[in-house]
Design a protein around this ligand. Structure first.
Ligand code: HMG
Length: 464
């Protein structure tokens, strides 16, 4: 049975911080953000928004757009790493909000959990719900998988330039118009790591930035190796001599903590794949240098990162490799369109990969490309750490959905924050009733109880 993504909707907060203003305030070269990281704007949540609001707003959008009633939905999963409760799942909050519109008890028949594994958890949720449909358990109902996050880092930290906020929701069913997932090839890797984590009670993560960059690439590469084995053993794809698995993916979407991480990760994977092929000789000639090897090729991530000579040479090699026409062709045709939304919205943690997918659909369609039958590969990564590689095929009916996609319209009018406003929001100095914008037809947070008996209870309303 086919199963996959029928439609996709996004909700992005109405406030943003401009990369140039950020750079000026932090004494940085704005080009570092714009060109070095690929960050132009970062979405910031208002004082009356939390990740549950973002998720509920995205769900309402997709339901209204597809004229769905709660009876059409059998499962609602929320994936997030911005949870504000250690026990009550964010699903309950989202359902509570949706029932303000659809009536109390309207979603009572629904199942679902909140999933957590940093940025990769949404991919696990998609996989589980796809299998729920494939197993014939859905009884004609659809699943909503919503990935929602607020990427917030400590003031003055290196992560602060890679913030963002928003939610993406995907409607899954057994007759998907957008993308049917390839069966029996989803592959994972997992390792106990401390590249990025957020201990109980801390609002922002503890991050080892360069370590996390390298670990991300290694873990995705391992998952890609496992994917390759599954693809071959399941007979889904035949890899001919001189080819790599990446040749069989028309599009490759990567987890995007910032848009250039996608570029970096793709270059890493392509290098790894091409190294074994006859074409590599020609590439090395074009680059004009041998591929550098660390002093201790079997060493740890720490030993590689502290090998300064290797790191400098490898950096130079990657830059030259990224400029080769062969890599440029792969980058432009398979990845570039997925980075556009990330550049203007920023990091959405769990939702980043799927914002990239959404971005690619719209901008590739605008190029006039026929997307029917194109295979899309996904490289998902979550710190802590786990990676997942999987794929799907764009369906013949895709155009019905993609022709109306318009990122600018969907993001809507946004207000640029001043530095002072940003600081106040970052330090949680404003109450929900002091929000900066007053959006209509949206769920907003009204209060969080502080009384001992009811501490943490949240109240939301739908702003008419
Ligand atoms: P940094 O170390 O300050 O930046 O912070 P950098 O020195 O690496 O510079 C970044 C890029 O800008 C480099 O480009 C520089 O060359 C360039 P690259 O060499 O990589 O191509 N650059 C400039 N370009 C033009 N003009 C200039 C200039 N200066 C520098 N003047 C870092 C970067 C990512 C470490 C930091 O932002 C950070 O800690 N971010 C948070 C962690 C993170 O995003 N890690 C990504 C991988 S882990 C992951 O994705 C999981 C995550 O999503 C969490 C989860 O799973 O839940 C984060």
């Amino acid at each position: 049975m086919a199963a996959g993504v029928d439609d996709i909707a996004i909700y992005i907060p109405r406030l943003y911080l401009d990369a140039t203003d950020f750079a000026e305030a932090r004494g940085l070269d704005p080009v570092k953000l714009q060109k070095g990281l690929g960050v132009s704007q970062m979405s910031i949540v208002d004082s009356n928004q939390d990740p549950a609001c973002l998720a509920a707003n995205a769900c309402l959008k997709i339901m209204q757009k597809n004229k769905l009633s709660p009876e059409d939905i059998g499962r609602l999963y929320v994936s997030t790493e911005s949870a504000f409760d250690e026990s009550k799942a964010m699903n309950s909050y989202v359902i509570g909000m949706l029932e303000q519109v659809y009536g109390q008890g309207a979603f009572e028949h629904c199942g679902g959990v909140e999933t957590k594994f940093a940025c990769v958890s949404g991919s696990y949720a998609l996989y589980d719900n796809t299998n729920w449909i494939r197993a014939g358990e859905a009884e004609g109902k659809a699943a909503l998988v919503v990935v929602s996050d607020i990427a917030k880092y400590d003031m003055g930290s290196s992560g602060e330039m890679t913030q963002g906020a928003g939610a993406v929701v995907m409607l899954l069913n057994d007759n998907p118009r957008l993308l049917a997932f390839d069966p029996k090839v989803t592959a994972t890797s997992i390792k106990d790591e401390y590249d990025f984590y957020r201990p109980f009670g801390k609002e922002t993560p503890i991050v080892h930035g360069q370590y996390s960059n390298l670990l991300y690439m290694i873990q995705v590469r391992k998952a890609l190796e496992a994917y390759k084995k599954k693809v071959i053993s399941s007979g889904l794809i035949k890899i001919e001599p001189g080819e790599t698995i990446l040749d069989h993916m028309d599009y490759i979407h990567m987890h995007l903590p910032y848009s250039n991480m996608g570029k970096k990760a793709l270059a890493y994977l392509v290098r790894h794949e091409w190294r074994q092929l006859p074409r590599w000789k020609r590439i090395l000639q074009e680059i004009g240098m041998e591929e550098p090897v660390p002093k201790d090729p079997r060493g740890t991530i720490e030993s590689v990162l502290s090998d300064e000579e290797f790191m400098a040479k490898d950096h130079e090699f990657t830059k030259l490799f990224s400029k080769t026409p062969e890599y440029q062709e792969v980058y432009e045709s398979k990845l570039a369109s997925s980075l556009i939304a990330s550049t203007m919205i920023g990091n959405l943690y769990t939702a980043s990969l799927y914002l990239g997918f959404r971005s690619s659909l719209e901008f590739e369609y605008q190029k006039g490309i026929n997307l029917d039958g194109k295979r899309v590969g996904f490289g998902s990564y979550g710190s802590g750490s786990s990676a997942m590689v999987f794929s799907g095929v764009i369906q013949p009916e895709y155009e019905q959905v993609v022709k109306d996609m318009n990122l600018e319209v969907e993001v809507g009018q946004r207000r640029k924050l001043t530095w002072d406003e940003y600081e106040k929001l970052h330090e949680n100095k404003l109450r929900p009733d002091q929000s900066m914008v007053h959006s209509k037809k949206e769920f907003v947070l009204v209060e969080v109880n502080t009384e001992i008996e009811t501490r943490g209870e949240r109240r939301y309303i739908f702003n008419e």
